[in-house]
Design a protein around this ligand. Sequence first.
Ligand code: PMP
Length: 365
Amino acid sequence: MSEPDKMPYPKPRARVLAMKEYHPPLGCRDALRLDFNENTLACSPAVLETLACISAGNLTRYPEREPVEAMVAAHLGLSAAQVALTNGVDEAIHVLFETFLDAGDELLLPVPTYTMYEVYASGTDARVVAVQAADDLQFPFERLLASITPRTKIIAIANPNSPSGTVATRQQIAEIARRAPHALLLVDEAYFHFHGETVKDMVGALPNLIVARTFSKAYGLAGLRVGVLAGPAELMRWVRRVLSPYSVNSLALACLPPALKDTAYLNWYVSEVLAARTEFETALDAANIRRWPSRANFVLVDIGSQHAEFVRLMHAAGVLVRDRSNDPGCNGRVRITIGTREQMRQAIVALNEALAALNLLQPSA
Ligand code: PMP
């Protein structure tokens, strides 16, 4: 890397110079993908049928977001003015932060949490105020309330949270919104389908609540990149000023209606993952491996000092898992995505072999 002062090209903004690089480990993933909390199997077959019928006309035209946006809004029980489709929730977070975070503002973040909040905040002039969860990784409700200041501009809560899988209750979220009326409360419900509880019905009623949803997880469309931001119409008009009118591409727009319609597929996938999670948690308990109770399609486990070797052994056995040791308060912890029961049986075999190889297999008393 060149020294900023000696760069042979125009210098990026100071904020950008200070940003950390973020490279998700996406290379060589030709194995059982239990590392990114994706759907590990497939999307609805109706989506694949739609993709097979994409015409040149679909591709030569600029994508028109509004009709599909209205359909998604109706699906969520909201008005079109309350909903914006984005290029994944990542873009929703980026655009929301660009729209609202100014110099002197604070972004309040319970941590550990989803990495991209901090990454996008670091590109703004706002300050991140992290609120550390205790060792049980439960939502740090009281400490979060105590950290609200007049400068708090956005509070971002992933619910369920990643990497912990723990949740905030509806009452806690409503209370936070009330106690910080000068701030936006972003509730990121990326893993909603596995949890079943939402605050989407409070959108509009709470004037500062914004809810995000993604099609990347339960729907199995991470590659298409579609997210949803839902909030009061008055707030969403500012978000729309910053959001590109074309950021959701025409393939994604074509696929959303069949994906939304196929509720049978979605329900099947979610119930399969929940059954697999129970089996996997039983296997972890039998091996006496500490885990955190999860309401999402992943489980955080405590491997201890041999975490890197554990991840390597799992990879060698064809199972990708994600080391979260660098997350605040997560040293030695590894996050394992839950797939189907069949996939998780393969993961359990790999898990027990890796634990045995590391001398970590202590059957419970
Ligand atoms: N929010 C959370 C809490 C996530 O874990 C993720 C994905 N890892 C995202 C948002 C990003 O979702 P998308 O694929 O829609 O950008």
